[in-house]
Design a binder for this molecule. Sequence first.
Ligand SMILES: [Zn+2]
Ligand SMILES: [Zn+2]
Length: 192
Amino acid sequence: MEKMELKFEQLVLGPLSTNCYILFGPNDFSIVIDPADRAADILAVTEKEASPLVAVVLTHGHFDHIGALSGLTVPVYVHSADRPFLGMEWNQHSECRDLEEGEIILAGLRLEIINTPGHTSGSVCVRVGNHLFSGDTLFKHGVGRTDLPGGSMIQMQESLQKLMRLPLETIVHPGHGPATTIEEEKQENMFL
Ligand SMILES: [Zn+2]
Ligand SMILES: [Zn+2]
């Protein structure tokens, strides 16, 4: 995949300090990855940038990643295996669309969806150019829990191996905590 300048903003939201990423496309539209909480804060960012929100993309369905769903009225993309998590947070006025492995274009941005089950069975990572939004699959010097419903240690190991085949310079933006790179995780992450 080609390198590109990606413009995005990061908010840390909700009781578990979840990273929420707002990505700005070339056509002055935006998408949000993991609208963790406080829809008004998310919409304030898209308004400030004059880039209306056109889609929500979920790395997985855990409550700490979807807290603002009910306040956003745009299509929600989630892997079908994690759709049941949406439950009470679901907004009847939004549309739910399946995230499948492969490429999807939203807000003029080319997203590569990588299926990475293990933390949940419908966990995905989202690659945009040399950036990877890794949800709760890969953290700086850590990996996601596999002991929650839908989790699998075997699947997690396979998913992590898949991520380790990405270019070393890929910048990783996890669902919690600071950013890292594939190269740093190969060297420093004792879970890999
Ligand atoms: Zn999670
Ligand atoms: Zn989380």
